[in-house]
Design a protein around this ligand. Structure first.
Ligand code: NAD
Ligand code: IPM
Ligand code: MN
Length: 362
């Protein structure tokens, strides 16, 4: 089977972490004898500069003829004052919508060698293993209208809109995931204020009848953000609206020690998916070769698992990440006591070394 992947590096540290992830990916694919084709495309600010639009038709075509997309990050100060339709972020949102990627899985796992890198106390982060299931193509991000209005454009409106079907499919996805994990689902909303959340709760209740083995509870988003810090170990699967999921996942990243650690998979109901780290383009460290590539590397592992069914290969990457961290290597964003701080490329090299060691051992 020839695997076809669209590679969209984007802006800032996007190309840096992407280079590292592709090196690791090519290495593992080579070891296991897989053929892969990588096709590069422009997105975000890089696409605006080159083509005048954040999501060129050619990029969409590359994505449509691929089995999966790997994306770095988009955005940066250079484009921050552009009109709404010419912002890098618009390209990413358009791609998610166009490809129908409604289910965004953001796993948050505490790595043993990073327990002291988290600002939270060790005993609270130990054994944390949760997944945020973020609705990705509806809600506040895609509300209509979204506009300035009034005589002097004195008023502004953003709308939080969902159809029943949009909520049903994401809630169902989360129940399915909970069923094959620890069977605990927290549905997070703001039902004490928002009508959309009240409909969300009704649907959670209806769907739970199909999954009697899954224990479900409804939680408000404000208190959930507190609980994520106070006792993250209580969570297994969290399902929530687009923007709530965006915010909670950056918060939850600190359980691991750095935003740079979190991977994500954006899925629909077939095998196609887009895989990207949770972090952004990090303009403050871009171009310095010190970005943490592990979120992107782990996203590539998720791609092998979900889009290509290559479980062993995905695990090989995850084991290499664990091994490199155990050996004390990390990038500067991780406050590991006595950690050996290396750059993006060297960390990728260490991962490749680890992949070789475990092959030699097996
Ligand atoms: P950010 O995630 O880019 O950075 C937040 C902080 O985390 C920064 O201090 C950064 O240096 C650090 N950081 C993030 N990733 C890191 C990594 N891999 N290694 C080491 N440190 C890392 O968020 P921001 O600064 O608020 O946003 C910058 C730009 O990125 C904005 O234009 C925003 O719209 C965009 N953004 C894009 C995505 C995406 O493409 N998926 C996600 C979030 C933000
Ligand atoms: C993310 C990012 C994006 C989002 C931005 C860049 C549009 O923050 O993937 O988490 O808010 O979804
Ligand atoms: Mn985000």
């Amino acid at each position: 089977m020839e695997m076809k992947m669209a590679v969209l590096p984007g802006d800032g540290i996007g190309p840096e972490v992407m280079d590292a992830a592709i090196r690791v990916l090519k290495n593992v694919l080579g070891r296991y004898g897989h053929e892969a084709v990588f096709e590069k495309g422009l997105i975000g600010g890089a696409a605006i500069d080159e083509t005048g639009t954040p999501l060129p038709e050619e990029t969409l075509e590359i994505c449509r003829r691929s089995d999966a997309i790997l994306l770095g990050a988009v955005g940066g100060p250079k484009w921050d004052h552009n009109p709404a339709s010419l912002r890098p972020e618009k390209g990413l949102l358009g791609l998610r919508k166009e490809m129908g990627l409604f289910a965004n899985l953001r796993p948050v796992k505490a790595y043993a060698p990073l327990l002291s890198a988290s600002p939270l106390k060790r005993e609270f982060v130990e054994n944390v293993d949760l997944v945020i299931v973020r609705e990705l193509t509806g809600g506040l991000y895609f509300g209509r209208p979204s506009e300035r209005r009034g005589p002097a454009q004195h008023e502004v409106v953003d709308t939080l809109q969902y159809t029943r079907e949009e909520i049903e499919r994401i809630v169902d996805k989360a129940f399915q995931l909970a069923r094959i994990r620890r069977k605990k689902l927290a549905s997070v909303d703001k039902a004490n204020v928002l009508e959309s959340s009240r409909m969300w709760r009704e649907i959670v209740e209806e769907t739970s009848a199909k999954y009697p083995d899954v224990e479900v509870r409804n939680m408000l988003v404000d208190s959930t953000s507190m609980q994520l810090i106070a006792n993250p170990g209580q969570f297994d699967v969290i399902v929530t609206e687009n923007m709530f999921g965006d915010i909670l996942s950056d918060e939850a990243s600190m359980i691991t020690g750095s935003l740079g650690m979190l991977p994500s998979a954006s899925l629909r109901s077939d095998r196609f998916g887009m895989y990207e780290p949770v972090h952004g383009s990090a303009p403050d460290i871009a171009g310095q070769g010190k970005a943490n590539p592990l979120g992107t590397v782990l996203s590539a592992a998720m791609m092998l698992r979900y889009s290509f069914g290559l479980e062993k290969e995905a695990e090989a990457i995850e084991k290499a990440v664990d091994g490199v961290l155990r050996a004390g290597y990390c990038t500067g964003d991780l406050q590991v006591p006595n950690g050996k701080i290396v750059g993006t490329d060297e960390l990728a090299g260490r991962l490749i070394e680890k992949l070789g060691e475990s092959e030699a051992a097996s």
